[in-house]
Design a protein around this ligand. Sequence first.
Ligand code: AMP
Length: 419
Amino acid sequence: MIKSITGTKDILPEDIQRWNFLESIVEKVFASFNYKEIRTPVFEETALFARGIGEATDIVGKEMYTFIDRSETSITLKPEMTASVVRAFVEHSLGTKQPLNKLFYISPMFRQERPQAGRFRQFHQFGAEAIGSNSPLLDAEMIQMAFDIFKLLGLKDVSVKINSLGVPESREKYKELLRNYLFDKKDNLSEDSRMRFEKNILRIFDSKIECDREIMKNAPLLIDYLDEESKNDFEIVKEALTRGNIPFEIDPKLVRGLDYYTKTTFEIVSEKVGSQSALCGGGRYDLLIEQLGGKPTPGVGFAAGIERILLACENEKAFSIPESSIDLYITRLDKELEKFVYDIASYFRRENFIVEIDYLDRSVKAQMREANKLGSRYVLFAGGEEFQNGLLNLKNMADGIQKTFDKNNLEEIKNYLKK
Ligand code: AMP
């Protein structure tokens, strides 16, 4: 038997209502901040991600689903959305149409990571990008939106961590400091971190390995070496969060995996999902648009993982979905009535009722059982003497009250159901 690919997951009808509920909240919150939806293709030219995310990152280095297609083009399934959104922004000159573009998305992403709880190879993110302004209030807006979504979902156990990575000049100076600090210690670093020392030194802060952590404990911190502008912007973000009643902590070791971040970065983590605790992450990327061939344009955004959020919601029992039910089940006595029942079901469906009928030749008793199982509000019965006399019997399943109607006057039944 052919099975689904490791790290992918079917979303079955029994799960879909939770997804729909989450997506409805996401859309509502983004709409209230005037973000407009954008959809981009599932695959892009590999160069976009290599250039946009950075060759030295884990994503580009070891996680991308990359293949050569039949026309010898190197294609990659999108591992994240920002590069794709920026590509679309540049390609369609969105910046000339309006100075600030506020965009949101809900989309599948692909990364060949080791699957575990909360980590998949096809997963889904929602997120937002605001391109065209360097206002730190937009950084705060990103955190606010993510926080509002989590709150509306009923999540309580989340914490916001923020940091600033400064502008490239101050960061480069700081990296030199860090390099000096680590120079005589680097032989004691893990192999991965020794590689990061050469390629992406900030990422050593991400290491979960004890020997790395021990060494990094006393490392100088970027936040203590910020330039004035980044420092001021960071203050504005913190003040806005405080005014918005969003509790946060400053995490000077939050460097995030992607190369393109400048100034504010943030993560929101849940205590309720085990080791993969980040529900969302984001930050400012003032250099990315230029890097991808656009005019220098500042931007800020975040991405949140839907599977992880739903896991956190489940573990916190954050929300519950009401049992689904239908409005009307139409039962029939004889097989000859099958077509009649099919046609009147169509009538009620067109009138916006949720209607079910029997397709399995079941007995009236079994049809009633099915109506009960589906939680039908009403059952309409066709058959027997009543039907011979031109009547249909309607039963209200909540109180058991029955009423007969002329079978040629469906409108009367419709009006009764609507009451
Ligand atoms: P990133 O794009 O790496 O900053 O990730 C943003 C969010 O996407 C994370 O906080 C997770 O919630 C989610 N995420 C990232 N990678 C995975 C994965 N492999 N499986 C499930 N969720 C993921």
